[in-house]
Design a protein around this ligand. Structure first.
Ligand SMILES: Nc1ncnc2c1ncn2[C@@H]1O[C@H](COP(=O)(O)OP(=O)(O)OP(=O)(O)O)[C@@H](O)[C@H]1O
Length: 392
């Protein structure tokens, strides 16, 4: 240590020096003792962890009044458990992950929440806000959905009385960006239902049985939140015809599809849960999905025709500050032949950006034409690129 004692010098000055040096030495030893105490505690707690029995992971289902909690343990049954000292009940909510002691009788730790694959693959909108009037064109399709989904949800008694069974599942098919999701959301809004949006490609999970579990839990949730509409996007990801079930991934997808079919079969047509699925590839679907009692009503959602394109343009233009003299909406609708509703919305946004970039406070018809040309150019580039890739 610095300042080794030198007791040879005997005067007041050196006494003071000795005291100072000793004090410093005491301080240094105290610091060392403190750090050794910490080290000791660390090793003690490590030892305790190594010697302690494993804990049981559980999920909180409900919090009771008397400092007790209902949990579902990962090892099996639902349990009513106590809290160990030091755990604050106000930090425990339904859905929290907790650790139980080995006997499974007491919560000893609140665990950080893991990302649940169920939550990741699902979006719940309790009160969707899309209305039929937000959708351009598709009048016939809206009418049909109202009859087969909205009316049975709102007024099942009429169907019972007349002995009419509405379809359980509806399949919307057509090119991307044509408004399938919007339609399903609008039906949920207008029938005051919860909208549960799942993307089937997200069901394909890493762990065996996980996809099937997610399907089961989605339907359990739909029943809890009823009246509800389960919207399964990209159903072809699990519902395509399969000949070769060689790989474990393929078998996992097949198991997920089987679970979906069994959930569909378990419903009654007049239950207050309706299933709407969507695909861009109806041609590759497994016929098992389209059998009576499953997705037995197919509704085509095509690219918008001239009138529908005009309707869609009008919906978006109404919300924008557009100079209307000389504005020929028919002309713009004609120029957008082959465009989807999503493309048309993009054109409106792009036209707005062109005006902003030029420092204007109004959007001109020319901005729309420029935006259309840009989208067309991008499309050509993409087509060219995909052709290049195909023949490379
Ligand atoms: N008929 C339409 N009327 C008004 N807006 C539309 C219409 N179709 C599409 N859109 C616009 O395009 C966006 C994308 O549409 P949506 O997601 O409903 O298409 P989709 O058919 O479900 O597409 P995908 O097959 O890619 O999932 C919508 O949020 C909306 O802004």
């Amino acid at each position: 240590m610095s300042g080794e004692l030198d007791l040879s010098r005997d005067n007041t000055n050196s006494d003071e020096q000795i005291i100072k040096i000793l004090e410093e030495k005491i301080k240094a030893l105290q610091i060392e003792a403190e750090s050794l105490r910490k080290e000791l505690n660390y090793y003690k707690s490590e030892l305790e962890k190594l010697l302690s029995p494993p804990l049981i992971e559980a999920v909180v289902l409900d919090v009771l009044n008397n400092n007790r909690v209902i949990v579902r343990s990962t090892s099996g049954p639902n349990l009513v458990v106590n809290l160990s000292n030091g755990i604050d009940i106000s930090n425990i909510k339904p859905g929290s992950s907790v650790a139980l002691n080995q006997r499974g009788s007491t919560i000893v730790e609140i665990l950080p929440n893991r990302e649940d694959p169920l939550v990741k693959s699902m979006e719940i909108v309790e009160k969707p806000s899309v209305k039929y009037s937000d959708i351009g064109g598709l009048e016939k399709q809206i009418q049909e959905l109202r009859e087969v989904v909205e009316l049975p949800l709102k007024n099942p008694a009429i169907f019972k009385e007349l002995g009419v069974q509405p379809p359980k599942g509806v399949l919307l098919f057509g090119p991307p960006g044509t408004g399938k999701t919007m339609l399903a959301k609008a039906v949920a809004t207008e029938s005051n239902s919860t909208f549960i949006h799942v993307v089937a490609s997200e069901f394909a999970q890493k762990f065996v049985g996980e996809g099937a579990r997610i399907v089961r839990e989605v339907f359990e949730l739909a029943k809890k939140k009823a009246p509800s509409i389960v919207f399964i996007d990209e159903i072809d990801a699990i519902g395509a015809k399969r000949v070769d079930l060689g790989t474990s991934g393929e078998r996992e997808i097949q198991r997920t599809l089987m679970q979906l079919l069994s959930e569909l079969d378990g419903f009654q047509p007049l239950d207050n849960v309706k299933i709407i699925a969507a695909t861009n590839r109806v041609d590759i679907l497994d016929p098992a999905l389209l059998r009576p009692g499953r997705f037995d009503r197919l509704i085509e959602i095509p690219l918008p025709d001239l009138k529908a394109r005009k309707d869609i343009l009008q919906i978006y233009i109404k919300k924008m500050k557009v100079r209307l003299d000389n504005f020929d909406i028919d002309k713009i609708a004609r120029y957008t032949e082959g465009f989807s509703g999503a493309d048309i919305r993009n054109i409106c946004t792009e036209a707005g950006y062109i005006a902003i970039r030029e420092g204007r406070r109004e959007i001109y018809v020319d901005d729309f034409i420029k935006a259309i040309n840009r989208v067309n150019e991008n499309r050509k580039k993409e087509e060219y690129k995909s052709r290049e890739e195909k023949y490379a």
